[in-house]
Design a protein around this ligand. Structure first.
Ligand SMILES: Nc1ncnc2c1ncn2[C@@H]1O[C@H](COP(=O)(O)OP(=O)(O)OP(=O)(O)O)[C@@H](O)[C@H]1O
Ligand SMILES: [Mg+2]
Length: 251
């Protein structure tokens, strides 16, 4: 399998503080890698570095064979706090990235229609974010990223602020979308269940300076739903392993 994202001996410091040091990680084509780790260990920093928003102090991140130095059109990010523009309507928020990328307006309109439908927001195109529930706002954030038709999706705890029920619905929808459009995905979460449900592999990080403690191959066949993953015999074993790794103090 080809590697789409390769993190090579990546080091990031803020002043005296080392966020991560000589970190190595790779993500294969079409694979979902979920990252678990203690709060403040550097997950968002790593994801933003992959997006080309934060320069590294040492090492490099390679996507499709070229070192990342600035954001690329084929890499899209979904943020924890939705990152919507409150003064723009749903359709304008979804169109934001592709309009900025200079796609012809007919192409933009068709993509907005397609991805609004894919995330189940048809009928809400003219609403403003404040008129939507949290789950609907995050659907807008997801549609905006999907509309870029990226090869790589970077997700920073996208469902972290949602209630458990809405969260499971969106997890199932993301699993379904992955069957339609198999993006390569890096998904950060604090939920062990979510990491196992969505991931082909789960990376457990240590506290700062972040290291990769362990990489677990999930090995639960697709197509999946959250319910089918939780019912799978491997689930409990994987969950317990993640718990143990997260609980143990980093040596
Ligand atoms: N721009 C910045 N300047 C200085 N320090 C920063 C900056 N951004 C992040 N940090 C620090 O880097 C460390 C890692 O932050 P980061 O946001 O990557 O953690 P995280 O793993 O995403 O945490 P959480 O799980 O709480 O989201 C933290 O100690 C944070 O205070
Ligand atoms: Mg974070």
């Amino acid at each position: 399998m080809t590697e789409r994202i390769v993190v090579e001996r990546a080091t990031k410091r803020y002043g005296e503080m080392t966020v991560f040091q000589t970190l190595d990680l790779s993500v294969r084509e079409g694979e979902t890698v979920c990252i678990l780790g203690p709060s403040g260990c550097g997950k968002t920093t790593l994801l933003r570095s992959m997006h080309g928003l934060i320069p590294l102090d040492d090492g490099r991140i390679v996507i499709d064979g070229a070192a990342v130095t600035s954001p690329r059109r084929n890499v899209a990010m979904v943020f924890q706090h939705f990152g919507l523009m409150p003064w723009k309507r749903v359709s304008e928020n979804i169109a934001y990235g592709i309009t900025l990328a200079g796609l012809p307006s007919a192409v933009c309109a068709e993509r907005v229609r397609k991805y609004t439908e894919m995330v189940g927001l048809t009928g809400f195109e003219r609403s403003y974010p404040y008129q939507l529930s949290g789950g609907m706002q995050q659907r807008v954030g997801l549609a905006r990223a999907l509309a870029m038709e990226p090869d790589v999706l970077l997700m920073d705890e996208p469902f972290g602020a949602l209630d458990a029920q809405t969260r499971e619905i969106l997890q199932d929808e993301l699993l379904h979308i992955h069957t339609l459009v198999p993006h390569t995905m890096v998904f950060i979460t604090h939920s062990i269940e979510e990491a196992i449900a969505l991931g082909d592999r789960v990376v457990v990080m240590s506290s700062r300076p972040a290291r990769v403690r362990e990489i677990l191959a999930v090995g639960i066949p697709r197509p999946r739903t959250v319910a089918s993953v939780i019912a799978h015999p491997r689930f409990i074993e994987l969950r317990d392993r993640c718990w143990r790794l997260l609980r143990e103090k980093a040596a």
